[in-house]
Unconditional design. Sequence first.
Length: 874
Amino acid sequence: MKKELATKYDPSSFEDRLYAMWSENGYFTPLRDDTKTPFTMVIPPPNITGQLHMGHALDNTLQDILARYKRMCGYPTLWLPGTDHASIATEAKIVEAMRKEGVTKEDLGREKFLERAWAWKEQYGGRIIEQLKKMGSSCDWTRTRFTLDEGCSDAVKEVFVRLYEKGLIYRGERIINWCPHCKTSISNAEVDHENQKGHFWHIRYPLVGGGGYVEVATTRPETLLGDTAVAVNPNDERYKDMIGKYVVLPLVGRRIPIVADEHAQLDKGTGCVKITPAHDPNDFEVGKRCSLPMEVVLTEDAKITDSYPKYAGMDRYEARKAIVEDLRAGGYLAEIEDLEHEVGTCYRCGTTIEPMLSLQWFVKMEELAKPAVKAVRDGDIRFVPERFDKNYFHWMENTQDWCISRQLWWGHRIPAFYCDDCGELVVTKESEAYCPKCGKKMRQDEDTLDTWFSSALWPFSTLGWPNETEDYKYFFPTNTLVTGYDIITFWVSRMIFSSLEYTGVSPFNTVLIHGLVRDAQGRKMSKSLGNGIDPLEIISTYGADALRFTLATGNSPGNDMRFSAERVEASRNFANKIWNAARFTLMNLTDDTDFYSLDVASLRPEDKWVLSLFNKTVKETRENLDKFEIGIALGGIYDFLWDILCDWYIELIKPRLFDKEGATNKAAQQTLNYVLSGTLKLLHPFMPFITEEIWQALPHVGDSIMVSDYPEYNEDFNFPADEKYMSGVIDAIKAVRNRRAEMNVPPSRKAHIFIKTPDRSAFEGSEIFFEKLASAAGVSYLEGEEPENAVSIVSGDSVLYLPVNEMVDTEAERARLNKELENAEKMIASANSKLNNADFVSRAPEKVVNIEKDKLEKFTALKASILAELERLN
RNA sequence: GGGGGCUUAGCUCAGUUGGUUAGAGCACCUGCCUUACAAGCAGGGGGUCACAGGUUCGAGUCCUGUAGCCCCCACCA
């Protein structure tokens, strides 16, 4: 019934075995049970290109803690895993691999390229899944999904068609962010802003017909080629007469008008702005308002187009140099200012974004954003910690239309078809279409959708939507979403408005936000810095439990954390501590003991004391987990296990355990097994492997700790009197140890303890604890004279005398007692000042007042003892 | 420009709705190989909780301001 544990804690010897056992027994797969409320989470799908990094490790540790906790609480728990096709990242990776072979996308053609991409997915896509398993993640792998699988693709098409029909998806020419390296449009959310050093070039545009020039300024002089106007503010007195006149565009020679538009600000620069409608979002708006031509001057790889032969084929930066040089030569350059400004860059490759006029697909955001804001405002969805809702609101309330088309092949192809003959457009879920007007076979849009378009549907597309599957009906909406704050705008916000629009409900009720895992110096872990720590290496050195403990402990929602080997070592030491406590327990459990009942009547005070503290720990753990205070919950278990169970309880009961014939031996065994098993259960969500391995070795009922019941607060296991008694005994033992250590008395030198106390029952029954834990040769109660050459130890209302053979330094004793007296008086004064304050007594809660009363009582008694002691020394 | 966060022991950080003498890990000092654990045990030193005000019976915790560091968002030529 009980088993041996290896002498040494070696997580690698059992972690994989236990994971396989859980998996084979189907514990990760929930059963739908209409009599029970399910608990559902969807994993933030890692990119198939990805390798497990610390961010995943943290994210998945938190999710697994919640999943295992809820499962043990009896909820049919579905943690649904999967991966993201990550269109832009994956395509870039494959293109890069092809480049090494000297092959381009175009060489292969779409079909062959996609074959290659799928092959790549088959080969590497599962890698990260295997790595998640190493972490102990209790995902239901039978329900693993992929954003590009059939079901998800169906959901994507369904959504696209519905939104199009509703007028919420449209195709139009807008200024989009163009990445010249990835050669695709990207959304605003995918643009990073980076501070760059640049220049502000002031350029003179001569007025047509002479009479001077207007001066404009720009950070991108090459866009001059695309200028189709100069704008001034309609209220600008300086230029009133110029409106409607023309200037000559330098180098190009084109006549362009001076227009009036609010965009030009009176107090900014010269008040004149060059307008490049095809390469600047503001200018685009001006262009629309003033009906200006839109002149595209850059190709898709950011080279000047053939329309400008002198610069054609030059890269945008080469062209910038050449144009500035030519402006200088032509006398158009007025001034060059140094300037630091924010430049948009591609979040994938870091290339500077080129705003460009382009025909793309967009999602109209205004109408979708409103209910999404409301859901959070009304509390249907709650961010933990709450402060992130500000982030969310700000983004949701200011978001612009979402550019969803990408000039990529790896992804969901846009379900739109064009008729080359009559220009008809059809949007349909079908894989081909014929023109409703002329019957001709239509050509499908070449572009694919933004990766985030499919991730936005993840909580319901993975459960079968748009079909009303059993899973969808039972598990949706999900409960908790766990993710980093860096992904709220990309993903969380889009899931919320998507779900509200298509399913009519919020996709989850809680968003648990965590921070970034940084290195020991607080820097972001990144490939370029090379400061990343590989979770798999940590696992192989210290074990998955140690890694998980490190990530969970002291972690508070939304805050970044630093990761260092020292912290993992401390975690491993904790695991080792548990391991040894368990080994000790197993050595002392005997087969003839009944471990399945606990007879309270047979328990000694220390048993009841530990049960009572365990019970408190259970309550606090559950409360904290329910509040998502995972770090605090774990801290409580850690303290109980190490400080209470190991450092005190086990030491207290050693004499009873070693005396197999003793009357209270069985009760000690039972209590120890009960409390240790219970603590392992409390700890299981955090450290699943070690808790399972030990639980299996201990006497137990059931097949696995992971499907056992999470401990519940037990009203019958509250023993306040025993708590008070034991804390008095422990205080006294600590006081004795303290004094002995101060005097450098080695533990081997035992000394008798004489106790002078108004209430012997405060210590009776605990004499053996003083012998074992305070190096006492024996304990007796003092009636008359204090012993000669004894140091005194004041603890509560009692004084303990320790006869040491040396002459006691009376002066030193007096000084020490005076110091203690001072402290006691300070405490008494503090308590008195509160208790004498009528406002305090009347306004503070009774509990707080009682604490002060107890404090006063305790230190008054202590003071009396100290004074008596001082008296004796005189 | 807007928003948010951080500042607590030598270091890294907890501190849950304001309420016992502000905690932990690591590091440091002292003593222990006490037959579960030296990855350990016992004891110890070390903090005017960034600064200045305010609210409150009571502030590390709430409010205002100041300083330093960090992050997010934003189309300003």
